[in-house]
Write a protein that binds this ligand. Structure first.
Ligand SMILES: [Zn+2]
Length: 416
């Protein structure tokens, strides 16, 4: 590898028409602060015969022009590229043109390298100021590159067959509806309202009936009532209730029953109190992971015993908690092994006992067809939960967004 290629490789410049002359240390003064930078002197020259204006082979070399462009910073040091570009003159029509490299953007002092770095950092929920600091350019430049000249499309190019629906809190306590492709995780729609009417109107106005009929499944969670919306806009779609969400509902109900039972135990030093309070996580273990043979030290109750024993201490004495625990375990098993029979049996055999589990089972019974689909079909709301997690991270890092338009553009980048 020649010296030129080694330097190009270090600076991550892919275009080898650029010939590096030297790399030097220099100092610049910016807002009263002296900064140490590197200046990369280079030249860009090649032979060109055909005039781009008139198409006749009549070009001659016509001096050089110096341009300054910014490269991406490396180890926190800014790299300024001072490049001498060859100019050409046409003997036939008198027009002039210059040599061009893929690295440079016409009429811009930023190179493509910097632009790519900004977009890749924006995908990872970085804030404007942190991007500016890492890359070594001003926040207003980052702002211009990220938000300038990009238009938000009115609809996505085509509706995917499998979609996930959810919502998240965006600016000023408003809720935003979000839909992504369940297979590729690309953004489908972002609507600044979670009202069913707005969502229905948007989909009906933007997409034709045949497009909407092609949608096969929609994953939702039970908190947001999107069942009617889905039936209205996608006539052939099957609704899937998110598997994780079903287990989460049951697990929260069990925890509530556990806490209520704890309040009724007066002896705070008894085994049952310690087991139910400190060893709460053992009750969430799937039944098959509960060890009934190996004795080990259990911290909460401060004894050498088996996990099964700890669970038995609680379930033997409190029948309501036992019922809830068994229901939770059966539903967890049904979801884990995609077993519809266990699910159906558990929900229909359940007897109301005045606990939080009653509401959960009522909800599941009401939506039993959608819950069944979650056992049968491979899709879930997991990818969308991940996307919403990234959006919330961005919101937290930036301390909220004042400009809704900017927020939407950032979300589109995250889902790109
Ligand atoms: Zn010409």
């Amino acid at each position: 590898m020649s010296q030129n290629n080694s330097i190009l490789c270090t600076l991550d410049i892919k275009d080898d028409i650029i010939k590096i002359i030297s790399v030097k240390d220099a100092k610049i003064k910016k807002r009263g602060i002296i900064k140490r930078i590197k200046i990369v002197n280079a030249k860009l020259s090649y032979t060109l015969h055909k005039c781009p204006q008139c198409g006749i082979i009549s070009l001659v070399k016509n001096g050089k022009r110096i341009t300054i462009a910014r490269l991406a910073s490396f180890n926190g040091v800014e790299y300024h590229l001072v490049i001498k570009k060859q100019r050409f003159l046409c003997r036939n029509c008198g027009s002039t043109c210059g040599a061009h490299s893929d690295l440079l953007i016409k009429n811009h002092t930023m190179t493509k390298q910097v632009k790519h770095r900004i977009f890749s950092m924006a995908k990872e929920s970085f804030t404007l100021s942190s991007m500016a600091k890492v890359i070594g350019i001003s926040a207003s430049t980052v702002n211009r590159i990220l938000y300038g000249n990009t238009k938000i499309p009115r609809r996505c190019s085509h509706l995917p067959e499998n979609i996930c629906f959810d919502e998240f809190g965006s600016v000023k306590n408003l809720f935003t509806f979000i839909a992504i492709d369940a297979d590729t995780h690309r953004l489908v729609e972002l609507i600044h309202d979670r009202l069913s009417r707005t969502i229905i109107e948007h989909f009906i106005n933007q997409y034709s009936l045949s497009e909407r009929q092609a949608v096969k499944t929609v994953s939702i969670d039970l908190n947001a009532n999107y069942q009617l919306v889905v039936h209205r806009i996608f006539p052939n779609a099957r609704i899937i209730v998110d598997r994780f969400h079903i287990v989460q509902l049951c697990s929260r109900a069990m925890d509530r029953v556990r806490i209520n039972s704890l309040k009724k135990i007066h002896d705070k030093k008894s085994r049952i109190y310690k087991a139910m309070k400190s060893d709460w996580s053992l009750f969430h273990l799937p039944e098959e992971d509960v060890d009934a043979t190996h004795v080990k030290y259990i911290t909460g109750i401060n004894e050498y015993t088996t996990i099964q024993n700890v669970i038995d201490i609680a379930t033997d004495k409190i029948p309501v908690f036992k019922e809830t625990y068994d229901t939770y375990q059966s539903i967890q098993e049904a979801i884990r092994y995609h077993d519809i029979d266990i699910l159906r049996e558990t929900t229909y055999r359940y007897k109301r006992n005045g606990t939080a589990m009653d509401t959960v089972i009522t909800t599941l019974r009401k939506n039993i067809n959608y819950v069944k689909n979650s056992c049968l079909l491979p899709y879930s709301n997991g990818p969308l939960e991940g996307t919403i997690g990234k959006i919330n991270k961005l919101k937290r890092n930036s301390y909220g967004f004042r400009n809704l338009d900017h927020f939407i553009k950032r979300i589109r980048l995250i889902c790109a």
